[in-house]
Design a protein around this ligand. Structure first.
Ligand code: IPE
Ligand code: IPE
Ligand code: MG
Length: 252
């Protein structure tokens, strides 16, 4: 099969096709995982953090350079306060516990989403994690927390309009000019977006950035997600033909 447009991995030396450069995951199904075992939803979220640890390690081993995970949406505030508190506590514990190791492993951490409205201790921790890993280039872990695409696009549009009005940005608005105001300004677009839990929706995740991403919906609850599932997702990605609106070079 002829494939075009898959971002080449410069370190790749033949044999297996290169892994997608940027994989984004909607980590869904923690509540159902817990419910099916008669456990509280919080137990599912706790096990979800372990799945995240496994996935970060597997992604690095498999040659993925950018992993972006959806961890808390701007709409998740609609959940009971106790569940929201648990999710905030788990993010805090994850960053606190894993920061040193991620730093040493050359991982650059970014957190995208609306920073405003986050509890001060979490905002400070996130700032610290970003600052202390800013020089790392081996692997890029981006956590979408208090993130919603519409919220991001609105913030970016407001800032871009302001920059055009005050002359900081010259000329007419462009797609690249706009994208430079998104939270993902330093990241390539995702090549593959995976959603676990069997739901077939995007739920306000990377709407601009995933314009040409391959979408994969897998019937696995997030706490069960493991290296084999990621490998299988990459294999399925390799079966896809990306055309970006063009035609297959072999087409007649
Ligand atoms: C994903 O699992 C975690 C978040 C959305 C924060 P859910 O909590 O949505 O689990 P389900 O979808 O209810 O099973
Ligand atoms: C999407 O999952 C958000 C995250 C995984 C953080 P949800 O569980 O919030 O999405 P919906 O409500 O089923 O669309
Ligand atoms: Mg869900």
């Amino acid at each position: 099969m002829v494939r075009i447009g898959i971002s080449p991995d410069p370190s790749h030396s033949g044999g297996e096709p290169p892994a997608p450069r940027h994989v984004a995951i909607i980590m869904d199904g923690n509540g159902r995982w817990a419910n099916s075992r008669g456990l509280p939803r919080t137990a599912g979220h706790e096990r979800g953090v372990e799945a995240l640890r496994r996935t970060v390690e597997a992604a690095r081993d498999l040659g993925i350079s950018y992993l972006t995970v959806f961890s808390f949406s701007t709409e998740n505030w609609r959940r009971p306060a106790s569940e929201v508190n648990t999710l905030f506590g788990l993010l805090k514990a994850y960053v606190q516990r894993d920061l040193e190791r991620l730093k040493q492993d050359g991982v650059r951490i970014r957190v995208i989403g609306q920073r405003e409205g986050l509890p001060a201790d979490i905002a400070a921790l996130v700032d610290r994690a970003e600052r202390e890993t800013a020089h790392n280039t081996r692997f890029h872990l981006t956590i979408a927390f208090n993130y919603g695409s519409r919220n991001e696009i609105l913030r970016a549009a407001t800032a871009y309009a302001q920059a055009i009005a005050d002359g900081t940005c010259k000329g007419a608005a462009t797609e690249d000019g706009f994208a430079a105001f998104l939270d993902t300004r330093d990241l390539p677009d995702p090549d593959l977006v995976i959603r676990t839990s069997g739901e077939f929706r995007i739920s306000n995740f990377l709407l601009w950035q995933a314009a040409y991403a391959e979408l994969l919906f897998v019937d696995v609850l997030w706490p069960d997600f493991n290296r084999a599932h990621l490998e299988s997702a990459i294999s399925r990605y390799h079966e896809r033909e990306r055309r970006f609106g063009s035609v297959n070079p072999g087409a007649t």
